[in-house]
Design a protein around this ligand. Sequence first.
Ligand SMILES: [Zn+2]
Length: 346
Amino acid sequence: MGSSPHYLCRHTPGDRVSVEQERLLLALDFGGTKLTAGLAASGERYWRAHRVVASPPDSNAQSDREIMMELARDLLASPSGVSFVQTAHAVGVSFGGPVDAARGLVLLSHHVPGWENFPLRDWLQNRFGVPVAVDNDANAGALGEHRFGAGQGYDSLMYITVSTGVGGGWILNGQPWRGADGMAGEIGHTVADPDGPLCLCGKRGCVERLASGPYIAQRACQWLREQPDRGRILRALAGHDLQAVTARLVAQAVAQGDDLAWEALEIAAWGLGVGIGNAANLVNPQCFVLGGGVTKAGERFWGVVRRTARRMALPEVHFDVVPAALGDDAPLWGAISLAEDLINTC
Ligand SMILES: [Zn+2]
C-alpha cells in the first residue's frame, strides 16, 4: 500500500500529553440498513454527539460514503456545550461486511453494491487528514463490548450478534483475533444440524440458517400456513397477514404463550447453543457476549441457549453466556476503541 498516506504523531514519544488536552475521536458505522456516526473524547464514555440515518433503499457505496461524510461534518460542527477544537484526532470505522483490517480495505458488502475492494481507510485519511482504522462490525462489536460493555474484565471472549445474520468476533488475550484472512468468528456458518435446511452458503443447518431473525420468521410463517389450527396468538399479532410475521412478533407471541411461535424460536436458541458449545470446546474463552435483536427474545430463549451450549461443551470447559450491554452501539464503541488505539500507539 505504497499510496497510503503516512501520519506523524503530533507529539514525540517522550512527550506527556497533558490531561487537559482533549483528543476527540470520530466513530463511523456503515451498517447494512443504517449509517451511524458518533463523536467522543478519548477516555470519556459518553457521546459528545451522535447521529444515525437510515440507508436509502436504492443506496450504493458512493451514496453511503457521501451521507456518512455529511454526518461526520455535522458532528464536528455541532456545539457540544463545552469548548473544543472541532477536529477529530483519529477515526475508527465499523463496516457491515468482510474487511481486510490490516490494509483498511472493504472486500464487499452483502447489502450495498459498489463496495468491492474499496480502500476505505485511505479514502477517509485523505478526507480527514488524520489516522483511520477500519474493521468489520462483528470484530468492532467484540472490541466495544470488551472495552466498554458486558465483556469488561474478561481476557478472552466471543461476541456474537444475532439479527438479520449471525456474526461473531473474538477477543483473545485482551486483543482482537481476526484470523489469517480476517474471517475469524464466522460462527453463523458453522453447522449445527448437517441434515437441516439449506443455507445461502451452500451447507445445511448452519447456525445462521437456524437462528437469524428472517429465518425464525420464515419458519413460523411456513408452519402457520401448514397448520391452520395453531399459532392463534401469533396470527392475531400479525393482523392475520402472514407476510407481516417477523422474529420480533414471534418473540412477542412466545411471551403470550403461543406454542407454535415457541417451537420456531426454540430451534433458533438450540442452533445458537450448539454453535456456542462447539466454539467453547475449540477455544475455551471465558465468556460469550450475545447481542442483536434476536437475543431480546426473552428468558425462555436464553435458557435454551445456555443449556444447549452447556450440554455441547465438555464439563471441564467453563464459560459465561451474557447479554451485550451496548446494544446497537457496540460496533460504534468498538470504532472508538480502534481510534483510541491509533492515538495511544503514537
Ligand atoms: Zn451457511
